[in-house]
Ligand binder design. Structure first.
Ligand SMILES: C[S@@+](CC[C@H](N)C(=O)[O-])C[C@H]1O[C@@H](n2cnc3c(N)ncnc32)[C@H](O)[C@@H]1O
Length: 336
C-alpha cells in the first residue's frame, strides 16, 4: 500500500508552510496524489521533488552569496565591474528588476511561433527554458516551463503551463525526459550559454532555440539602430559564443529567421521599419538591451534618433527599408 502523509505533516517535515505547499500544488510543482477531506498526499514522491527543489534553491542562493562577496571584494579594492560582468554575476536578477515592464510589448509573433512549432515536429512533451511569461509555448502539447525569475513567473497567465524555478545551466530533470526542449530570446541572458544548450540536449531528444548570431562579420552594421545610434550594443556581446559553437553544443544546424516589418513581439530588432517605436519608453523598457547599455547611452541614442527622424536624416539613410516586408538581422533558429 502507498504511504500517505497529510499536507500538514509534509509541511512540518520539510519546514515549508502549508500555504507554500498549496502554491506549489497550484503551479504544478508538487501535486497531491489524492485529495481527501484530510488533504492526504503521496509522501515519498512529493518529498523527493520538494527536496530537489529546495536543494536547488539553496544552491542558487549560495551561488548568489558567493557572487555578491566577490563583487564586494572587487569594490573594496576599487575595481568596478562593467554592466556585462554584473549581468554574468547576477544573471536572472536582471529580470527581477525589469520583468514587470515585459508584457506591455512582448507577445507571441505568430509567424515566428509557426517556425518554432514546426521545428518541434511531433514532440508531445516540451520543456520551455527561460520561459518568461509563456509566449511561444505551443497550446497543443504537454509543456513544462523553466524560469528563474520570480517576477516573470508571477506574470504567467493562470492557465499557462506549470513552471519550475530553475536555470538553463542546471536543469532539474533526468536525461532525455522530454521529447523536445525549446528556448526563445533567452540564451543571451545565460551566464554560460554553451552549458545551458548542452543541458537542453541532455534532457531532450530534440532542441529548438531562437537566438541571435553575433559572429558574422559586420553584424553591428546590419541594423541601423546599432550602427548609427547604439554602438554600445557591441559591448554586450563581447564573449558571446559563435553560431558554430552554439549549433555544435546541441549537435544541430542554424536557419535564418527574417523579421516581418510588423512583428508583434517587441524584441530589440522588431521595430526595424517603425523607428518611432524606439522613442517610446514602454518599448525600450521591455527590452533588456536598453537597461544593459546604461542610461547615458540610452538617452544619447534616443535623442539622436529623435533628431534624425524630425530632420528626415533617418529616412534618407534608410530609404531602402521602406520597400522591405521582412529583414535579415541575424536572428536564427537552431534546430537539433
Ligand atoms: C527576453 S525574456 C524571454 C522570455 C520568453 N522565452 C519569451 O520569448 O517571451 C528572457 C528570459 O530568460 C530568463 N533567464 C535569465 N537567465 C536565465 C537562465 N540562466 N536560465 C534560464 N532562463 C534565464 C529571464 O528571466 C527572462 O524571463
Amino acid at each position: 500500500m502507498e504511504e500517505h502523509l497529510t499536507v500538514g505533516r509534509v509541511a512540518e517535515l520539510t519546514e515549508v508552510s502549508v500555504r507554500t505547499l498549496h502554491h506549489y500544488d497550484e503551479i504544478g510543482l508538487v501535486r497531491p496524489s489524492a485529495r481527501t477531506g484530510a488533504g492526504y498526499t503521496d509522501a515519498v514522491a512529493h518529498l523527493r521533488r520538494l527536496r530537489g527543489l529546495l536543494q536547488e534553491q539553496r544552491d542558487r542562493a549560495a551561488a548568489m552569496v558567493r557572487s555578491i562577496d566577490r563583487e564586494l571584494e572587487a569594490r573594496a579594492m576599487g575595481i568596478r565591474t562593467t554592466p556585462e560582468e554584473q549581468l554574468k554575476v547576477f544573471g536572472a536578477q536582471l529580470y527581477e528588476s525589469i520583468g514587470s515592464a515585459y508584457p506591455a510589448t512582448r507577445t507571441t509573433e505568430p509567424r515566428i511561433a509557426a517556425r518554432i512549432w514546426e521545428a518541434l515536429g511531433d514532440a508531445r512533451t516540451v520543456l520551455n527554458v527561460g520561459a518568461g511569461t509563456g509566449s511561444y509555448e505551443p497550446p497543443d502539447r504537454d509543456v513544462t516551463a523553466v524560469e528563474p525569475s520570480a517576477v516573470m513567473r508571477a506574470q504567467r497567465p493562470a492557465d499557462a503551463a506549470p513552471c519550475v524555478a530553475a536555470s538553463a545551466q542546471s536543469l532539474p530533470f533526468a536525461d532525455q525526459s522530454f521529447d523536445a526542449a525549446m528556448a526563445v530570446s533567452t540564451v543571451h541572458h545565460w551566464p554560460d550559454p554553451i552549458a545551458g544548450l548542452r543541458e537542453m540536449r541532455r534532457v531532450a531528444r530534440r532542441v529548438v532555440v531562437f537566438t541571435y548570431d553575433a559572429s558574422t562579420t559586420g553584424w553591428l552594421e546590419r541594423f541601423w539602430l546599432t550602427r548609427d545610434y547604439l554602438p554600445e550594443f557591441a559591448d554586450l556581446l563581447t564573449d558571446w559564443p559563435s553560431l558554430a559553437d552554439m549549433t555544435r553544443a546541441i549537435d544541430g544546424h542554424a536557419e535564418p529567421v527574417l523579421i516581418p516589418w510588423d512583428c508583434a513581439d517587441g524584441f530589440f530588432e522588431a521595430h526595424w521599419r517603425r523607428p518611432e517605436a524606439y522613442l517610446d519608453e514602454h518599448v525600450r523598457r521591455a527590452v533588456s538591451v536598453w537597461t544593459r547599455v546604461g542610461p547615458d547611452a540610452e538617452q544619447r541614442a534616443v535623442s539622436s534618433l529623435r533628431e534624425d527622424l524630425a530632420s528626415g536624416r533617418w529616412a534618407e539613410r534608410n530609404r531602402d527599408l521602406v520597400a522591405l516586408g521582412a529583414a535579415e538581422l541575424g536572428l536564427r533558429l537552431l534546430v537539433a
